[in-house]
Design a protein around this ligand. Sequence first.
Ligand code: AVJ
Length: 316
Amino acid sequence: MARDEVPEARGTTDAFRADVIDGLARRPRAIPARWFYDRRGSELFEAITELPEYYPTRTETALLKRIAGDLAAQVGAGRAVVEFGSGSSTKTPILLDAIRPSAYVPIDISGDFMRASVRDLAARFPRLPIIPVEADFTAPVTLPVEIRDLPKLGFFPGSTIGNMGAFSSTDILRAMRASLGEGAMLLIGMDRIKQVETLECAYDDAAGVTAAFNLNLLERINRELGGTIPVDAFRHRAVWNPEAARIEMHLDATRDVDFVVDDMPFAIKAGEGIHTENSHKYGSADARTLLRAGGWTPIAEWTDPDDLFAIFLAKA
Ligand code: AVJ
């Protein structure tokens, strides 16, 4: 496909290049997790959500089904649902069935993946206006004019907020509040702190899908940025960091490697690594404090019987 057919392509590639070169030059090396989600990465993430070890998706989906009636009563009908990082939109039908909104606006950085998912959704909700927006929702997003006068419900499932640290997660909640406007509500999923073994297995599955997801970042660098990274020299590592209350994913070099990215030379010694993701986990009080810091007032909290995952409803 020609570049000019994809409005975001040039800006996205430039931002990817800048983040990679910058991230490989700093110590410790770190590349932002949002770059996992090219088409292949989005597909691998979908596969992760079906793994026996990866409890968040199935727990949140079941929870959403269970609370649908309660949620409808608190949210009311006729809102525009704005989903941040919609991906394959698998949890969306449960919400749309429950609250009968007047429009649905999915926002995702992986444009063609999102549009393919939206086609399925449109078939299921033929009378619902669906207006996809291809954007990086960590920056302020201009919402489509069609929903300007409707009250909004922000939908931010999956504990995606956990990819951000305290500063960015507060910023993004505030940005959401600003873009969703007067009278908005937010429905947000937040993963709980739990047994270390459960957490580490969820991010290092026996089938190696999460490893493939992590390593795909290096393959993407090679594909899109003219990289020469020997991917076979890197190993996936997932570890719980108790001080920061987060799972960290790393790619560790198993031998000394030299490579280029966009003609820039890099060297990584055996045992050194690249930090590729943080996935923060929250106790109930942590979650509520974060929401308040982000300008939202929590009005309901639901959790599954094993307290693995929580869904919060908040108002602006
Ligand atoms: C999509 C960010 C919520 O942190 O659990 C899954 C991404 N990374 N396995 C998460 C992910 C490795 C996921 N989020």
